[in-house]
Design a protein. Structure first.
Length: 150
């Protein structure tokens, strides 16, 4: 089994790949937060940043669609894609994934739940993110891991 890691704009990397080449795609795209995000390492020597500002939901959807179509192209018939998102644009992602992979190839939604303490904001705080699981075809690979009951 050969694994590869690529660094760069995923669209350019994907365009350089042959069709039917990839077993699994995990996608953690910008979440359409309309913010600039910054993170500094604990020792404060390095800062990482990325922009997540878009002119419109249509612009954001176009950004995703172009990449998802290439991901679909490079996935093997036995391949799967896991799309990480939150409440901000999960509806956009689901619509695009249904269009590109078809609703029949939607397999499941994984809910990543985390604890949040209340604050002074009105309303409910977000307490989960979603990972949407689609396959290329009905012949996708899935290795079940069985463990003893606790």
């Amino acid at each position: 089994m050969e694994s590869e890691i690529h660094k760069g704009d995923c669209l350019e990397v994907l365009r350089g790949m042959p069709s039917d080449h990839v077993d699994l795609v995990y996608l953690d795209p910008p979440f359409f937060t309309q913010r600039e995000h910054r993170l500094t390492t604990r020792d404060r020597t390095t800062e990482f940043a990325f922009g997540d500002k878009w002119g419109s939901a249509t612009e954001y959807a176009s950004f995703l669609e172009e990449r998802l179509k290439e991901m679909r192209r490079v996935l093997k018939a036995t391949g799967s894609i896991f799309f990480h998102c939150d409440k901000t644009a999960s509806h956009i992602a689901r619509m695009l994934l249904d269009d590109i992979f078809t609703p029949d190839n939607f397999r499941s939604e994984i809910i990543w739940h985390y604890k949040r303490w209340s604050n002074s904001a009105k309303g409910l705080l977000p307490a989960h993110q979603s990972i949407l699981f689609y396959s290329s075809t009905e012949h996708y690979k899935f290795h079940t891991i069985l463990t003893d009951y606790s």
